[in-house]
Ligand binder design. Structure first.
Ligand code: CA
Length: 135
C-alpha cells in the first residue's frame, strides 16, 4: 500500500458484502424462473413436433398410433426420426390413444399429475400449457 492511501474500512467492506448478498438473493430466483420457463418452452416445442408427426400419421393411415406401438410406429415409418421420450425435467411423456384420438402429456416441473404446470396436447390442440405462458 502506498503512503497516504487508505484501505477499505470495515463498514465499507460490510456494505459491499451486503450488496453482494442482495444481488445474489435477487439473481438466483430470477435464474430459476428463466430456467423453468426455458424448460417448459422446450417441452412444449418438443410435444408440438410429436403432435405434428401424429397428425401426419393420422392423415396417411386415418388413425393415430396406439400407445402400445408408439413411438416405434412414428420412427419406423419415418414420421419422426427420434421421438423424444422424456420431457425437459427428465420425466416420461404420457401418451394415450384409442386410434381415433390421442393425448400427449407432460406433468411439468413438479413431475406429478396435476397443478397448473401440466402440459397437454389433445388431438393436435394444446389444451393445457403449463405454468408459464409463452408469448
Ligand atoms: Ca404437474
Amino acid at each position: 500500500m502506498y503512503k497516504g492511501q487508505k484501505g477499505f474500512t470495515l463498514v465499507e467492506l460490510l456494505i459491499v458484502i451486503i450488496i453482494l448478498a442482495i444481488l445474489t438473493g435477487v439473481s438466483i430466483p430470477i435464474y430459476r424462473l428463466i430456467n423453468a420457463r426455458a424448460r417448459e418452452s422446450a417441452t412444449e416445442t418438443e410435444m408440438t413436433n410429436i403432435a405434428k408427426a401424429l397428425e401426419i400419421h393420422n392423415v396417411d393411415l386415418q388413425s393415430y398410433p396406439l400407445a402400445a406401438v408408439y413411438p416405434d410406429t412414428l420412427e419406423d415409418n419415418n414420421y419422426m426420426e427420434n421421438v423424444p421420450l422424456l420431457d425437459k425435467w427428465d420425466n416420461a411423456y404420457l401418451y394415450t390413444s384409442d386410434g381415433s384420438s390421442y393425448s400427449l402429456e407432460s406433468y411439468g416441473i413438479n413431475g406429478i399429475n396435476g397443478g397448473n404446470d401440466d402440459i397437454l396436447i389433445t388431438n393436435g390442440v394444446l389444451t393445457e400449457n403449463g405454468a408459464y405462458e409463452n408469448r
